[in-house]
Design a protein. Structure first.
Length: 536
């Protein structure tokens, strides 16, 4: 059998002084030295910065974080502590891995952690202002962000579900959705697409002022946008870090081209809806829908300042893009998780029915005013936010200045990611954190409460401005759906585990089908009697 015998004389001859005259060997040595230098240069960290793993030149740790970054950050936290850094490409990113770190940054030093750094995807989605600043809700900063945020919080409050008209519109969609489920009685149905369709319809009513008809092409434009946005925004997505990938033939170029097309199509649809609103007289307070609220604010700016500041038509379209994207995907995922947990935990489902039957009974719809009387329903919603963790890494922020954080020095312009998933699963805060237990949101006296470390919508200055609106939509939709139906798995099927969840930027439950069995049939008549009184 042939074998290789080590011969010292061979190695000696290879490394002899004369061999260094070989151009090939000299090139090899230079390449090694340059590689070592590049490796250490790319892994340097500013003085006093948090520690972190060693990454690869040019790409950093990005290749290792393309999927389930929240889980990998969870493991890195065990090595480097509650504040650490990773390089995503050549950009230093700070990860806040527990509640203490997030509170120290986002609450105690909120102004220093209140900026955003818009990237390539935001530019494709929302465009740019003439002054080079970003558009939209998510990636603006400074006075522009403060102005737009104040407007959005006021508009969403004025359009809020506390308003009888808005609540009735939403209950109208719940009725429509429930009737579809009843017609499909006994037939297995996939949960996520059904729920998303209902949420899109609700947003069309509240934001655009119309209820979609079956096969409405306007809804097709929205759904195409959501499908492509789901492809483009995937947590630590290569296109976010390396936008030049769009220039190369292949997968990423095709994704970007298709996304540009869907954004353009959606923009045309929004412009047509804006033109319809232009023909209408403004309500006294601009509270008919979001488009009217924006136009009302623009008219007010023109009257008071002689210019519309940030409230031009391209900004309105950018806002609508963001509201449909951020309003649909996380809300849909949360409701799908709630249904997932109901079939996973039949005891919780039965306890829910006991509360609904005792407090609500039959003959009427559940409204937001019933929240205080339905603490277990509310506890289920909160536990779903916690365990579902639909936004595991929140939204990235950026430091506005050099800032000290828990003994570390964070340079200005550093990206910051909060690992909300880890907070929601931290045994320091939650007993048996991987179990679905709505009872954890009741104190020793049996009163519903919010622990300070329960922050599903993040915290600080850039906390989600639509939090109240979204939580009300989820409560109304889930409570009324469960009051009307019992949910179960199709016979002979099993539920995939939570570990098989789908997505990165937005976590969705594993694909599953449900059977909706009507519990009672006498709710609709009461609704239609009231809906007929709705002013149009």
């Amino acid at each position: 059998m042939p074998y290789f015998r080590f011969q010292p004389s061979l190695l000696t001859s290879m490394l002899s002084l004369e061999s260094f005259n070989s151009p090939v060997l000299l090139s090899f040595v230079v390449l090694i030295l340059l590689s070592v230098r590049t490796f250490f240069w790319y892994n340097r960290r500013p003085k006093g910065a948090p520690p972190g793993p060693v990454g690869l030149p040019f790409v950093g740790s990005a290749p290792f974080l393309l999927h389930n970054a929240h889980l990998k950050f969870q493991e890195l936290g065990k090595i480097y502590g509650n504040v650490f850094t990773v390089y995503l490409g050549n950009r230093l990113t700070v990860v806040l891995n527990d509640f203490d770190a997030i509170k120290a940054a986002y609450v105690d030093k909120s102004a220093a952690f209140a900026s955003r750094r818009p990237g390539f995807v935001n530019g494709v989605t929302n465009g740019w202002r003439k002054d080079g600043k970003a558009r939209g809700i998510g990636m603006t900063s400074g006075h522009q962000w403060q102005t737009i945020r104040k407007f959005n919080m006021t508009a969403l409050r004025n359009l809020g579900i506390g308003k009888m008209r808005t609540q009735t519109l939403i209950l109208d969609e719940v009725q429509y959705f429930s009737d579809k489920l009843e017609r499909g009685y006994g037939r297995p149905m996939e949960a996520l697409p059904m729920v998303r369709s209902a949420i899109v319809n609700i947003l069309c009513m509240v934001m655009l002022g119309f209820h979609p008809a079956p096969n409405d092409r306007r809804v097709d434009a929205i759904n195409s946008f959501l499908d492509q946005a789901h492809m483009v925004v995937k947590g630590v997505e290569p296109l976010q870090i390396f936008p030049w990938l769009r220039l190369l033939p292949g997968k990423y170029k095709a994704i970007v081209n298709k996304y540009r097309t869907t954004v353009a199509t959606l923009g045309k649809m929004f412009r047509r809806e804006i033109e319809v609103h232009d023909q209408l007289s403004l309500d006294a307070d601009g509270s008919r829908d979001y488009i009217e609220a924006f136009q009302w604010q623009r008219a007010k700016d023109l009257e008071e300042n002689g210019e519309d500041t940030y409230f031009d038509e391209p900004e309105l379209i950018a806002q609508l893009n963001n509201l449909f994207g951020a309003g649909t995907m996380p809300t849909t995922a949360t409701l799908a998780w709630a249904l997932y947990f109901m079939v996973q935990q039949p005891e919780a489902q039965q306890k829910l029915y006991q509360e609904l039957d005792k407090v609500i009974g039959t003959g009427r719809w559940i409204e937001t005013s019933d929240k205080g009387s339905l603490p277990f329903v509310e506890a289920i919603c909160r536990e779903t936010h916690r365990l579902g963790s639909v936004l595991p890494l929140g939204a990235p922020r950026c430091t506005t200045e050099d800032v000290e954080l828990l003994g570390y020095c964070i340079p200005q312009g550093t990206a910051v990611l909060p690992n909300l998933y880890n907070i929601n699963r931290d045994p320091l805060y939650w007993k048996n954190p991987n179990e679905f237990r709505p009872e954890r949101f009741f104190d020793a006296n049996g009163q519903l409460f919010n622990p300070p470390y329960f922050i599903p919508f993040s915290t600080g200055l850039r906390q989600c401005p639509g939090q109240a609106f979204v939580t009300d939509v989820i409560f109304l939709f889930f409570a009324n759906l469960m009051n009307r139906f019992q949910v179960s798995l199709p016979r002979g099927t099993t539920l995939a585990t939570m570990e098989q969840s789908i997505g990165d930027a937005v976590l969705e439950p594993p694909t599953f089908e449900l059977v909706f069995t009507p519990r009672r049939f006498d709710i609709g008549l009461s609704f239609f009697r009231r809906a007929s009184l709705l002013p149009m």
